[in-house]
Design a protein around this ligand. Structure first.
Ligand code: CO
Length: 169
């Protein structure tokens, strides 16, 4: 028994050291991922800036939010082309299949002048339609349910490539 006790103690000490080591190695990863989340504004709402340009691209295609988090999204069309040729909006919709998103995009992009469908039951939030140099800021709460919420621009011809996802988790 004496021999066993002698061996057991150093083993416990080594195990405890190894555990501490594990805890330390987790820290750098957490710090490295922190800068990806924009800082909250003074009133606690998270401000996110999104741009759209003349090449029909959003500057971000993936956003992240916590369930119910209040987001303040400023969307700006940084393009220079005429409004009739190259306008953009930012429309967030409920999770749906690619086929349903395609159908939504078709319906919306043929609904002039604001390019939003009459039935907006699947629309969570949207900005105004913006010409070059224009911007719009909207505030809304991220959905309470975790999931991948598509966003898109519904100006005619844009939704197939001008889209992304808000990941709520
Ligand atoms: Co667009």
């Amino acid at each position: 028994m004496k021999i066993r006790t002698r061996f057991l103690l150093p083993t416990l000490a080594a195990a405890s050291l190894a555990f501490t080591g594990c805890g330390r190695s987790d820290k750098p990863a957490a710090v490295a991922s922190a800068p990806a989340a924009p800082a909250p504004t003074a009133d606690g709402k998270r401000a996110i800036e999104i741009t759209g340009d003349d090449t029909m691209k959003f500057n971000v295609t993936e956003l992240r939010a916590k369930p119910g988090e209040t987001l303040r999204i400023t969307f700006k069309n940084i393009g220079r082309m005429p409004k009739q040729a190259m306008s953009h909006n930012w429309v967030l919709v409920k999770p749906m299949s690619d086929a349903d998103l395609n159908a939504f995009g078709m319906k919306a992009s043929t609904s002039a002048p604001d390019y939003l469908p009459a039935d907006r039951s699947s629309v969570i939030a949207h900005t105004k339609l913006l010409g070059g140099g224009e911007s719009d800021t909207i505030e809304f709460n991220a959905p309470a349910a975790a999931g991948a919420y598509p966003f898109l621009c519904t100006f005619p011809g844009h939704f197939a490539i001008m889209k992304g996802k808000l990941i709520v988790d």
